[in-house]
Design a binder for this molecule. Structure first.
Ligand code: HEM
Length: 367
């Protein structure tokens, strides 16, 4: 994908990504740390951890960890009779931090993908796993990771997400005790943080489910539609107007791919760094229909290299959405604050947690 746009975005990303790009020394140190961590066993004996109660951890993840440990214990199929000694591993907050660190390191290492990071597509995986939630029936949501299976993995909206699932496979192999559904949302939280976004407090507690829990097609939004559709889709999950706008700010990241959704191009000039540029561009830039042999989308008049979906432009056309677009365009801190809250809510939709909100973990970022 050596388009002029990509060249431009790759060139420009160096400026706003100073937070996210690391020095060679830091990378090496992190890699060494990762290798050391990777040597630790996980299943046959409960590792003896000493919790140092780091300030970045809000609370122990013990209760939720027990659930995760139980899932592994059951799913591993190593326990045949009740008389056997349980081979149980109870992950703690620091174990999830290790998973976070391994994902963050992999995001740094695999920098040849797309605009230089798997971060955007990993975030999209977490969102599409969660965004199937239906509040009325309690079905869908991130609990289950049913996108591993057909038909859900083949739903049109999920085109291209195999890249993110495959990217996370070595992490799952390294930490087999974590469920896919916990892994996907943890990875998405990691992607947001590592791309310079706000903290996304996270807690475990999701279990993987079988193919019978796949959700029907059509639960995720269709970019060719407008505000009524957005309200119907996000309203079904339990989101209000302000939350729809805040969530849409994720489109500061990544791009559309003609061979996936059919749409093409990035929304901003810094697609691997989270900023409020999506909102700024919506407000400040002039947008016109792109003349091309593809689905209806907008392009910016100035460079013709950026894009907006009809659902993105609906945010400025709608009198209730628009004030929120302006608020976030003017105040990145406010956007980050609201984005964090609404993404935490998104990733927790329909999850039967046994832990409390206070037990969410705030992961330490890579240096
Ligand atoms: C508001 C309704 C939404 C619509 C209609 C929509 C639609 C789309 C489409 C069509 C793509 C391009 C896929 C491709 O061709 O690769 C995309 C990409 C993306 N979306 Fe959304 N999306 C919506 C909401 C969200 C939300 C709520 C998030 C996260 C919180 C999100 C995060 C992303 C990211 C990060 C990408 C880039 C993926 C990549 O670079 O591979 N989107 N979205």
């Amino acid at each position: 994908m050596a388009s002029a746009t990509r060249t431009l975005t790759r060139a420009l990303r160096s400026a706003p990504t100073t937070q996210t790009l690391r020095s060679a020394t830091a990378r090496r140190a992190a890699a060494q740390g990762f290798q050391q961590q990777a040597r630790r066993g996980y299943s046959n004996q409960a590792p003896k951890f000493t919790s140092n109660n780091s300030s970045y951890i809000w609370g122990g993840a013990a209760a939720a960890g027990l659930l995760g440990g139980f899932s592994y214990f059951v799913l591993s199929g190593q326990h045949d009779t009740l008389a056997e000694e349980p081979k149980q591993f109870t992950p703690k907050a620091e174990d999830y931090q290790e998973v976070y660190d391994a994902i963050a390191q992999r995001l740094i290492d695999e920098d040849e993908y797309d605009d230089g990071s798997y971060g955007p597509v990993v975030l999209r995986l977490g969102w599409h796993a969660s965004g199937t939630y239906d509040a009325a029936t309690g079905t869908g949501g991130s609990n289950g990771a049913t996108m591993r299976f057909a038909p859900e993995k083949d739903h049109g909206a999920n085109a291209g997400l195999k890249a993110a699932r495959d990217f996370l496979e070595p992490i799952k192999k390294k930490f087999p005790w974590i469920t896919y559904s916990d892994l996907w949302t943890l990875a998405a939280a990691c992607a947001v943080q590592e791309m310079g976004g706000p903290d996304i407090p996270w807690r475990p507690g999701r279990s993987d489910r079988d193919v019978s829990f796949c959700t029907p097609d059509g639960r995720l939004p269709d970019g060719s539609k407008e505000q009524n559709h957005l309200r119907a889709i996000f309203g079904r999950m339990g989101f209000k107007d302000q939350e729809i706008v805040a969530l849409s700010g994720a489109h500061a990241l990544g791009r559309c791919h003609a061979d996936r959704s059919g749409f093409d191009g990035p929304w901003t000039f810094s697609p691997i760094t989270l900023t409020n540029d999506y909102f700024k561009l919506l407000v400040e830039e002039d947008w016109q229909w792109k003349q091309w042999n593809g689905p209806k989308q907008y392009e910016d008049k100035t460079t013709k290299t950026l894009m907006m979906l009809p659902t993105d432009m609906a945010l400025v056309k709608d009198s209730v959405f628009m004030p929120w677009v302006k608020t976030y365009a003017e105040d990145c801190d406010k956007f980050f604050e609201d984005f964090s809250k609404v993404v935490v809510k998104l990733f927790e939709l329909g999850v039967p947690f046994t832990s409390s909100e206070k037990e969410r973990i705030v992961f330490k970022r890579t240096e």
